[in-house]
Design a protein around this ligand. Structure first.
Ligand code: G6P
Length: 607
């Protein structure tokens, strides 16, 4: 979703802004723009399409200056056109970039029009520029005007503002949308996330809800929502500066698939001994909360929701704790019953997903406590939850989530162990599961090594328009995740079904043009699944089955991709990898934009 970059420095900032926008491309966008102050006037350039198109236009007519703001726009109010692209200006001195949605923009716009302001876009953002200009007429002070404007805005926003009469500063504020400040030497920055700024700094300040900041080249001053001046900690980005590079890989998605053995080690690091869960990993106060937990309500979106679905199987099976799972956008808008002693668990890669965050805020007072399993330290979900367990996957750039999912599953298994201990899990069973987790990086490596074989398999899908994914038990959500990956990046329609539901409808679709993918590890449900596969075969369907050694024999119309032998508890994690690789290779064959699929955003910070 929309991305913001801003820089105020002693050196030219245009290249920094454009590189920042490139690094935000993964969030998803359809137009881009920047405004740079050249010492006399604000020069603005905006283009539909990719940042490279904007950069080429800038080469033709260079923008020179030491202060500027830039933006990638993901259209919400108004089509993706040049006139709707940010920055938005009021007059020729003031420019604004915005991420989020201003919900009350219509009455604000009507009042501004009545006051003589002319609008040149369909966006909600433009009201912000005019409101500041209007307030400047009353008192000619940018900070006062900015604050009075922010106080009128309802909805979610992260904002960056520059004004030519205040040449060495950017004003910034956030409420409901993410914004970080990058701390340099004699230069400072703002951005939607730290990835945008890793080429210039590794030191960041994460603004809190309602914070307002004045950023000059030398000084950063921050006020909280009560307008009290506050010091916010500077945090050093720990993942090394190369995380934002593809390295030897053709796409970030492939790089991130290959990183899974490593990042899963990082998720486990310090959280398990040879035989036990180290419960302190969940932080102070976690043990007392877990002691009282009688139910778990999981809320998430997209891939993170699929992780939650798998956790439900684990929690009810291993911990014997009732667990409900729901997508955040549904939960937040319906009347729900929250049983006593419910632990509210959000799962999120970004920690900024608007619906998940809203669901947490809505329910916070009604639950025993909240826990988030999240990949971004300092994100809103982490800050607003009582407990957090970081997945430590490192930044994920590909829009289609891969390593975030498998590390979420690892974290969820640790959480399951924590609760299961309280409901009679034997030490031997705990040691068995922990022992399996120690093997996980090796097993993931074995799965990643199937890459070449899966690449050859992918040719059977590239020309197809529909695909069916089947699984049973906790492998059903794995099938859902496989179908989601395929549709996201290859644009092939894919649906997942619990295999037992086949005869209740989807079997009618099966013919030679509808490949059927099944995840079929050697577990108690294998025989049932085999019967389902026969149903497909009998209808002329072409089957692609991921299965353990020798449990399913290849035959005409049934191709078997042999998986490593995996402890049953780890099957959902390891069997995810070949499905990621399958969708990746199908997308490459189809020539789609693998890392930035059309219409999708990495971090959905608006509803
Ligand atoms: C978007 C992303 C998905 C992600 C979902 C939830 O749709 O494209 O990859 O699964 O949001 O995001 P979260 O950051 O909360 O996990």
């Amino acid at each position: 979703m929309c991305g913001i970059v801003g820089a105020v420095a002693a050196r030219p900032v245009t290249a920094i802004l454009l590189e920042g926008l490139r690094r935000l491309e993964y969030r998803g966008y359809d137009s881009a723009g920047l405004a740079v102050f050249d010492g006399e006037q604000l020069q603005r350039l905006r283009r539909i399409g990719k940042v490279n198109i904007l950069a080429e236009a800038e080469q033709q007519a260079p923008l020179k200056g030491v202060m500027g703001i830039a933006h990638t726009r993901w259209a919400t109010h108004g089509k993706p056109t040049e006139y709707n692209a940010h920055p938005h200006m009021s007059g020729d001195k003031l420019a604004v970039v915005h991420n989020g949605i201003i919900e009350n923009f219509e009455p604000l716009k009507a009042a501004l029009i009545a006051d003589g302001f002319e609008f040149t876009s369909d966006t909600d953002t433009e009201v912000i520029a005019h409101l500041i200009a209007q307030a400047l007429r009353v008192k000619n002070d940018l900070q006062t005007a900015f604050l009075s404007t922010v106080s009128q805005l309802e909805g979610a926003f992260a904002l960056g503002v520059v004004h030519t009469d205040y040449p060495n500063q950017i004003l910034a504020s956030r409420k409901g949308s993410p914004l970080v400040l990058g701390v340099g030497m004699g230069e400072n920055f703002i951005a939607s996330d730290q990835m945008a700024l890793l080429q210039v700094t590794d030191r960041f300040i994460y603004l809190e809800e309602g914070d307002f900041a004045q950023v000059t080249a030398d000084v950063i001053t921050i006020w909280d929502k009560n307008l009290d001046k506050v010091e916010r900690e500077i945090k050093v980005f720990e993942h090394g500066l190369s995380v934002a590079e593809k390295g030897e890989f053709r796409h970030f998605m492939l790089k991130e698939i290959y990183e899974q053995p490593e990042v899963v080690k990082a998720t486990l690091q310090g959280r398990i001994s040879a035989t036990k869960l180290l419960e302190q990993a969940f932080g102070n106060g976690a043990s007392a909360i877990f002691d009282q937990t009688k139910q778990v309500q999981i809320i998430a979106c997209g891939t993170s929701y699929h992780a939650g679905m798998i956790a439900k199987y684990w929690l009810e099976d291993i911990a014997g704790i009732p667990c409900a799972v729901e997508v955040a956008s549904e939960y937040r808008y319906r009347k729900h019953v929250v049983p006593e002693n419910t632990l509210f668990l959000t799962i999120s890669q970004s920690g900024e997903t608007a619906d998940t965050l809203a669901a947490l805020r809505e329910v916070q007072d009604k639950v025993l406590a909240s826990l988030t399993i999240c990949n971004v330290p300092g994100s809103s979900l982490v800050r607003e939850s009582d407990l957090s367990l970081m997945t430590n996957a490192g930044p994920e750039i590909g829009v289609a989530s891969t390593k975030a999912f498998t590390t979420q599953l690892v974290a969820l298994l640790l959480f399951t162990l924590a609760l299961a201990r309280r409901s009679g899990l034997s030490e031997a069973r705990e040691a068995e599961i922990v022992g399996a987790l120690h093997q996980l990086p090796e097993l993931l490596l074995a799965a990643v090594k199937l890459d070449a074989s899966i690449e050859s398999l992918s040719r059977a899908f590239a020309e197809k328009n529909h695909t069916l994914f089947l699984g049973r038990g906790p492998l059903y959500p794995v099938a859902m995740e496989g179908a989601l990956k395929l549709k996201e990046i290859s644009y092939i329609h894919a649906e997942a079904y619990p295999a037992g539901e086949l005869k209740h409808g989807p079997l009618a679709l099966v013919d030679k043009d509808m490949p059927v993918v099944a995840v079929a590890p050697n577990n108690a449900l294998l025989d049932k699944l085999k019967a389902n596969l026969q149903e497909v075969k009998a209808r002329g369907g072409e089957l692609f089955v991921f299965a353990g050694a020798d449990h399913i024999k290849p035959e005409e119309g049934l191709r078997v991709e042999q998986m490593p032998d995996v402890p049953e508890i780890l099957e959902p994690i390891v069997y995810t990898v070949p499905l990621q690789l399958l969708s990746y290779h199908v997308a490459v064959l189809k020539g789609t934009d693998v890392d930035q699929p059309r219409n999708l955003a990495k971090s959905v910070t608006v509803e």
